[in-house]
Write a protein that binds this ligand. Structure first.
Ligand code: XMP
Length: 516
């Protein structure tokens, strides 16, 4: 693999993704690994990520010079670049001058080496305080900026490279080219493909499960659907999927699972129709955290009941269920510090989270994958685009998009408004521009309106379209006014009880994406 050494900034995952976009397999490792531990992973190349502001800062992670003496090609990025400079005997100066954001960068002596094929003057994304003032011996300066006398360098003979900017962010227009140039110079094989992932996972799953029985839960989301479809492809009828329909999904989503997913995969599906159960458990509850707890608790109970039925059925056939499929993704594994094999149950936000006292062994076919790769594998498996392309949707569903008590009537109303908003967004071709667009019913708020000749006293619907890379931060999407107008007209005309549509123009922070 290409190892991305994580120095603690949020950029390591982005780097790992960009390497995979260049069709090379990458893994993230913590900076606490020793050089021997890193070498034990047999890296084809190493990339040092960005990190804390200064190599001189208290507790800043050290990078031993021995890492650069193993014959493994290394690319240092931002902090990693300065750490390499520092370890190899260059000078890193604390100028107190910061460069932040888009910065003009000029190639020295022509664009070559890792800058090959890139304009000599380019805009790069910077975020640094210290600067490299002189390159270490044997290194050549490749680029400079106003604030950084050495903004990129190379030691071709030893295949050591570094850039001050962040090639992994999209604001660095030629960033991907830098990464690909490095992979080429490092001689890294570019053989990571969706087809390859699929074949490898299918044979791994077969090996793990053998001829045992396995169950999985479907939430309607991308991850559980792709994980289930992979396991189905591997072991066919040994798999039974459970779908707990809690009645908090959006319009058409339960059908997507029960009809389209089943048609595409041929999976054995056990449906638990639990709408009433969730509604009565939520009656009278308005506090968001309370709602989450109740939905989470009922979900686990409903899942366990379904599970007991399936176990009993298997027992009648002389079989036991040994395995449970989880749609854990690579970012979850990295964030929980999990290395190989550590069972990591997604407890994030609790719903879809499963009981702690698991009696099953876990099958986690997506453990090595990023979300975009999961979507690609899903498409390769023939899953419907509505499932594969689905935007993130919270486990507690519409339950936390009704501000106020959740009732059947309010759910119906919100489902209609949401379906209109989604249909119009899709028709405008803007699905890829927005990360997600919660549509929220302010059930506890009423406002006066006028419709026809009459006065109305209805509820507002909030549109909350946001753009984001990872949901940790977000900005409100600048949707075209015509589109907003169309959504507003249609919702107020077609959804009884709604007489106002408002747009949320708050970034995150300070707002969260959801209203509850
Ligand atoms: P916030 O509202 O915290 O949301 O900015 C960040 C992301 O998490 C999703 N979200 C949830 N997902 N259970 C989930 O599975 C939850 O309780 C939950 N709350 C928020 C939200 O949709 C966004 O993508």
């Amino acid at each position: 693999p290409v190892l991305v050494v994580d120095y603690g900034a949020q950029y390591a995952q982005l780097i790992a993704r960009r390497v995979r976009e260049a069709d090379a397999y990458s893994e993230i490792v913590p900076h606490t690994l020793s050089t021997e531990e890193i070498l034990a992973k047999d890296p084809a190349a190493i990339i040092l990520s960005g990190g804390p502001s200064s190599v001189y800062a208290d507790g800043a992670p050290r990078v031993g010079a021995d890492l650069f003496e193993q014959g493994v090609p290394v690319l240092g990025i931002c902090y990693g670049f300065q750490a390499m400079a520092n370890a190899m005997g260059g000078t890193v100066a604390q100028t107190g001058l910061r460069e932040y954001g888009a910065t003009e960068t000029r190639a020295e002596g022509g664009a070559r080496s890792i800058l090959n094929g890139i304009p000599e003057v380019q805009s790069t994304w910077m975020s640094h305080g210290d600067s490299v003032h002189s390159a270490p011996e044997g290194f050549e300066t490749l680029a400079t900026t106003a604030g950084a006398p050495v903004a990129a360098f190379a030691n071709e003979e030893r295949r050591l490279y570094g850039v001050q900017w962040h090639p992994e962010v999209k604001h660095s227009a030629h960033g991907q080219r830098v990464i690909e140039n490095f992979l080429d110079l490092a001689g890294v094989r570019r053989d990571w493909s969706t087809r390859g992932i699929l074949d490898e996972q299918v044979s791994r799953i077969r090996e793990q499960i053998g001829d045992s029985r396995v169950i999985c839960g479907l939430s309607g989301g991308v991850d559980s659907a792709v994980a289930a479809a992979l396991v189905q492809r591997a072991v066919g009828d040994q798999l039974t999927c459970v779908f707990v329909d809690h009645g908090l999904l959006r319009e058409g989503e339960a059908e997507q699972v029960e009809r389209d997913f089943v048609a595409a995969t041929g999976v054995n599906l056990y449906v638990a129709n639990e709408q009433e159960r969730f509604l009565s458990a939520l009656a009278g509850v308005t506090d968001p955290e309370q709602k989450r707890k109740i939905i989470g608790r009922e979900f686990i109970r409903a899942f366990e009941e379904a599970e007991r039925q399936i176990i009993a059925q298997a027992a009648a056939e002389g079989e036991t269920i040994r395995f449970l499929v989880q749609g854990t993704l690579y970012p979850d594994v990295v964030e929980s510090g999990g290395g190989e094999g550590a069972a990591n149950i997604k407890s994030h936000h609790n719903v879809g989270g499963l009981p702690e006292d698991l009696k099953f062994e876990l099958v986690e076919p997506l453990r090595a994958l990023f979300k975009d790769e999961v979507r690609a594998v899903g498409a390769e498996l023939g899953l419907p685009p509505e499932i594969v392309g689905r935007q993130p949707f919270p486990g507690p569903g519409l339950g936390i998009r009704i501000v106020g008590e959740v009732t059947g009537e309010r759910l119906d109303l919100l489902r209609k408004a949401d379906a209109i908003a989604r249909a119009e967004l899709t028709a405008a071709g803007l699905d890829d521009e927005v990360w997600q667009m919660p549509v929220v019913l302010l059930a506890d708020v009423r406002s006066v309106g006028v419709q026809g000749d009459g006065r109305t006293y209805g509820h507002p619907i909030v549109l909350r379209p946001v753009s984001s890379e990872d949901a940790m931060t977000a900005d409100w999407s600048r949707l075209p006014f015509e589109l907003l107008a169309r959504i507003s007209n249609r919702i107020t005309n077609e959804v009884d009880g709604v007489n106002r549509v408002v747009l949320d123009v708050t970034s995150k922070p300070p707002g969260t994406i959801e209203w509850e």
